[in-house]
Ligand binder design. Sequence first.
Ligand code: HEC
Length: 376
Amino acid sequence: MKQAVATLVMCVAAAWTLDPRSAYSHNPTTTTVLFNREITSLLQRKCLQCHADGKLAMPLVTYGDARPWAEAIKEEALARRMPPWPAERGYGAFSNDIGLTPREFEFLVSWVDGGVPQGQGDAPEFIDHGAHWMLGPPDVVLTPTSGAIVEAGSAPAFKRLIIDTGLTRETWVRGFDFKPGDARVTRAAFLSVAGTDRYLGGWTPWRSSTELPEGVAFRMPSRARIAVDVQYSGITETVTDIPRLGLYVVSSASAGAVSTSVLRPATFDGPGISGGRVTAELRIPASRALVSIRPEMQRGGRSLELKLVRPDGSREVLLWVKNFRQDWQTPYVFRQPVTLPAGSLLQATAYFDVAPASAIAPFTVTLNHYPTTTRK
Ligand code: HEC
């Protein structure tokens, strides 16, 4: 409430100092926030990865593109539907966070309420970061044995593609970069070593690459095959998607190998779960550093919280997803790996609106971590 009043005062105060030429003809301008300045750089950071030609959604690149969507932009931002980042701010710091900061949020609202001014000159050009190999030229570029057919008009759904690594000996991989064949239909992708529960990481339209900390690597067995679960959504035509996967190889993992653990409820009531609440726990026997998390929920899953309880009793919420979205799944990559001291307990609590089917775990939380050496 206090914030809203402050914004209003700022807008009114600004109204006298504005250049009338920057105003959209029939709207009086009551903001200093300009499309060509604050808004384009915000769109570049948080929206154009999906809102540009050849991407998932309608372009918002130029003033002409964005102007008709102004009210919808405000509405989507207020409802926190766009950009699609469901984690609550202040619980865990993630390097792939695409959520709006409070300041960005105020810019958008102020721009729309203040008459959507364009500003002078031209907006800066859109730079498509996702088009490049983000970690430099990969050591190996792989493609799946066959592509995925995405039917016209199909609703968001996962399909599994298998990529043969062709590796003839065990190999250490320090990172990867994934490139969709057709960015118009690709919403998310999650990679694992086929036939195991070894999770490698995820891809979203706004973050294509995963890079492990110095000295840390994934161990790829010889002849490993990589399973890529891609979430596709259909467009007006049927298309075939053949993605590419770039691997970055190192000779050894001096600091340790990444391993995967999965939090899974031990027991649950199945249909009619009491109070819609389901929990899972995992004890960490030896000290680890947590790199990333992938939560998954069955349909009807609403929220999920992951908490760390250290042996000294201190607690920290590592992730809080208030509104889990099946249609926008994302990995959560910690900005700094989180230390899990030996004896720590990880506790996940999930809430369901609709009881999930009993045959499968209602939710899982997949964790990637590596050993930490404690100096004495
Ligand atoms: C990860 C991809 C992605 C990002 C990032 C993203 N959008 Fe979207 N947006 C979509 C898709 C796809 C749709 C179409 C509806 C859907 O499938 O959810 C959409 C729909 C919209 C709509 C139309 C909603 C309606 O009324 O139909 C608006 C407005 C919008 N986005 C604004 C934004 C803004 C502003 C940002 C950045 C602050 C943003 N989006 C970031 C993918 C994205």
